[in-house]
Write a protein that binds this ligand. Sequence first.
Ligand code: F6P
Length: 289
Amino acid sequence: MKILLLCSGGDAPGMNRFIYDIYKEFQNETYYAAAGFDGLINGRIYPLKKVVKEEDKNKAGVVIKTSRCPEFKEKKYFKVGMENAKKFDFVVICGGNGSERGAKELYENGVKTLFVPGTIDNDVADNYYSIGFSTAVKECVYAVQNVMPSIESMNRSCLFEIMGRECSQIATKTAKIVKADYVAKDKIEYEKIVDAILRKHEKGKSATILIRENLEDIEKVAKTLNKMLGIDIVKFHIVGRTQRGGAPTKEELEMADKFAAATIKAIKKGQAGRVLANKILKVEIKDFI
Ligand code: F6P
């Protein structure tokens, strides 16, 4: 059997573990397309044994590399990628929403494809956990824990910008864990943030405000709030790529193992589809929709 593995979109902690597990099971039967669909189009396809190393299995990052590849949506490039994919008995694609669309296209064109959710954003439809989410939340919690002592020492409040593209799951989960004073999921409600800050400052305390990225420029938000408050006490901190580069949590490694086990099972049964986590985080295969 010949199995092709590729990761696409943003890297997500836990992807390396997933790759390692698949390699351990199928060894010389496994290949990878370097940097995702880009490698598939350009024929950069190599044996997985070239890059998989035991010591990377618990680390963030992606040994087979990943990329965003808008060209794959264009007919002429898709056709080349598809021809390369057809040389394999199975193609396993780990990524987010965009990668799922690519996986579905391949499947509909006769490629036996398995899609595995791998994105910190946790925004894959019908899926309760995507590889990377737990670590991204952990990094946001750490950021709050590491920044707030300094903020509190100077009687300030802080805005934390949280990655997640258009999805607020990382921000929401973090807010629950750290008991944030306000979380902006889809819009920034200035009056409410000012109220949250004032409530805290009246008691001599500091407010923790989480803002999902891609809403407004965080520096401008802080400036506006300071103007509204009439005093320069609001600082901001962008959590940024530590959310992707942080060491995978134990839950991450466990979930990556679960996704790998379900993928291996599906390959052995000859079953294509979406490898999804349900509400109780059991991983099962569903049809492409
Ligand atoms: O999709 C994962 C993600 O980290 C998003 O949260 C973020 O908006 C985006 O990728 C950043 O992408 P890039 O690393 O390509 O700038």
